[in-house]
Design a protein around this ligand. Structure first.
Ligand code: F3S
Length: 277
């Protein structure tokens, strides 16, 4: 008898769930709807949205949008400059930036204006981080864990990408406290991230194999994979049940399998994967 255990905290977080729900509702109204970049890092959801009239806008909004098109700002948020561009191109901008991310925008703007140099812990190519940097005039120092070669400013305001690992935050703050004169540190790692990471940590210690479900470009899912793999060598990272199929023979040898999913993985994908297992 095989036991499949779903992590206590897995799947859609509050910010993603709100954005996806609202996007489907807007799409159902029949008018063309765009999201500025993919709404979430999950291809299945992006495809479903397309079927519901919600398209991804990759190009310059100035060229692609008509004034009465609806355009959504996704939960990752956008730089102030891009928000302005969107508003100049469309009269119907729907801002679905997660409130926790908007809060980071406020913090960095306020501190940049007070003369602090902002340090962002995160991935410099991730849209959330690029958006945050935009709110402090694109002048932030962006680091992965603080051990990099950079000059610590005297007056620092530190924030983190919402999906960061706590150990990276601790490492950054340790370095800043040793070298800066004045620090304002805002641990902006989202509680949803922490809960998913802790549940994955616990579960991956007590099973023989783990299945991590989520988009390959999803930062928070990748971190769940890393955590799980640390404790459980038999960790499989898949986007959906379809991709899991190739491992089902291999997985038959395990009697206790854990399942977890990133904050951008919808319930129906988790359910399909569990049914397959
Ligand atoms: Fe928001 Fe946290 Fe999700 S910042 S988008 S609730 S991971």
């Amino acid at each position: 008898m095989r036991e499949i255990i779903l992590a206590d905290n897995a799947g859609f977080c509050f910010g993603v769930s709100r954005a996806v729900k609202e996007a489907f509702t807007l799409g159902e109204k029949g008018k063309k709807v765009f999201t500025f970049g993919e709404l979430i890092h999950n291809r299945d959801v992006v495809e479903k949205l397309k079927d519901s009239n919600v398209e991804v806008l990759e190009n310059d909004p100035g060229e692609a949008l008509k004034k009465d098109d609806t355009v959504i700002i996704r939960s990752h948020g956008l730089s102030e400059e891009n928000v302005k561009k969107l508003k100049a191109s469309s009269d119907n901008v729907v801002d679905l930036t997660c409130p926790y991310v908007s809060n980071i925008h406020r913090i960095v703007r306020e501190h940049a204006d007070l003369g602090y140099t902002v340090v962002i812990l995160g991935d410099k190519n991730h849209p959330e981080v690029m958006g945050i940097n935009g709110w402090c005039y694109n002048k932030a120092i962006i680091v992965r864990n603080g051990s990099e070669d950079f000059r610590v400013p005297l007056k620092v305001c530190a924030v983190a990408q919402t999906t960061e690992k706590l150990e990276n935050w601790v490492s950054l703050i340790t370095r800043l406290s040793a070298e800066a004169k004045e620090i304002r540190a805002f641990n902006t790692i989202c509680a949803a991230t922490g809960l998913r990471q802790n549940s994955t940590e616990e579960l991956s210690k007590k099973v023989e194999a783990m299945v991590v479900i989520g988009g390959k470009h999803s930062s928070n899912t990748t971190k769940l994979y890393e955590i799980s793999r640390n404790n459980c060598i038999n960790t499989y990272f898949v986007e959906n049940a379809e991709e899991l199929k190739q491992y089902t023979e291999e997985l038959k040898k395990y009697s206790r399998i854990g399942v977890t999913a990133g904050a951008s993985t919808p319930d129906w994908i988790i359910k399909e994967a569990i049914e397959l297992l």
